[in-house]
Ligand binder design. Sequence first.
Ligand code: ATP
Ligand code: MG
Ligand code: MG
Length: 405
Amino acid sequence: MERTIGLLGGGQLGQMLCEAANPLGIKIVILDAEKSPAKQVNAKNDHIDGSFIDAEKIRELARQVDILTVEIEHVDTVVLEEIAERGVEILGADGKKTVKKVEVQPSWRTIRTIQDKFLQKDHLAENGVRTAISKAVQSTEEDLQAFGREMGYPFMLKARKDAYDGRGNYPVKSASDIKDALMALKGRGLYAEKWANFKMELAVMVVKTEDGTSTNGTATVAYPAVETIHEDSICKLVYAPARGVSQRIQREAQELAKKAVGSLWGKGVFGVELFLMEDGELIVNEIAPRPHNSGHYTIEACPTFSQYKSQLLSILGLMPSFPDSRIPAMFPATIMLNILGGASKPAHNEIMKHAIGIPRAALHMYGKESKPARKIGHITIVADSMAQGESLVQPLLSMTDAMRA
Ligand code: ATP
Ligand code: MG
Ligand code: MG
């Protein structure tokens, strides 16, 4: 492939992106700390050691590539805007400066909107996509008490920026939690969200194939809606497709996710997290402008078209069309289980051994140091039926529960 991709972030999502890029002959240059997971599986290229929030490092990356993309939304969008709009300066051997054009996908505008979860909610509401009622708040007890009086308890206090794996969420169960909540999220911009009494959490991976916005579902391709199970705000399990969900809800979830992603700018793959409410209504929780934990299952379930391949091909403008704009899964049932770091460093060895012994299980370890509650790997089980998958995952679930930090 002629065009080289520059990737901001080299964690497990970047690692799996590189694994998808290798057989396609796509070159990726990574900006992240030395020996980060993605660099471990991509030794062919010269990478850049540094931070994906360092503007000069991002420019250095841009000079080496044709198109920039992200595996994390917490990046410097000011420099991405500068690069997308004006290009990046290159100093030639003759001492002359030239400007090189570099594409940024998805658009810096999308990343900027999404990285502030409150701005993201505002954007979705403006585009007719329902979300939990939320309000920007000051870090004061009065503001939170007022929100509690208006919306009731519990409610969720959230950091606007740099949030992931629930680090940035604080469930406020009653007024007496407010002090602790403010302490836990001290120094961060905050917003408060009405508690969502959902009966299930769903997620849909959506691929956006055109630069412009369109909320009518064109220029977007959806994967099946999956069921996600979170524990302490961290994704634990993914059932694909979602269990016990009607065809109508399955379709509605895909349509809503496509509408939400269509309202954004640029190309790429997006993870859309949804709440299926008690009354059957679907609302959007949040969107990730990149491959997503809930889409790991696609590596095995959609063997010729994983979310990672979709990310690569969509940003390169090479995404083929799919009948009905939907990417089908090959297996009737797939279950993905995250492996989180346990109370002790070797705690996950037993689960790895067990997973290797299951012919229908694929083990993915990310080459990350084990720390309590850190995502260090995952297991995907492919089954002929959900019941079969559930019985295969059961012993693994018991082991993960036993090793919990
Ligand atoms: P991610 O790793 O997905 O980026 P995050 O840190 O951005 O996570 P959220 O997605 O906002 O956090 O929330 C994590 C989980 O917390 C949700 O998947 C859901 O289980 C729970 N949660 C979030 N918001 C609410 C809410 N308003 N009401 C009830 N539960 C919620
Ligand atoms: Mg998030
Ligand atoms: Mg989330």
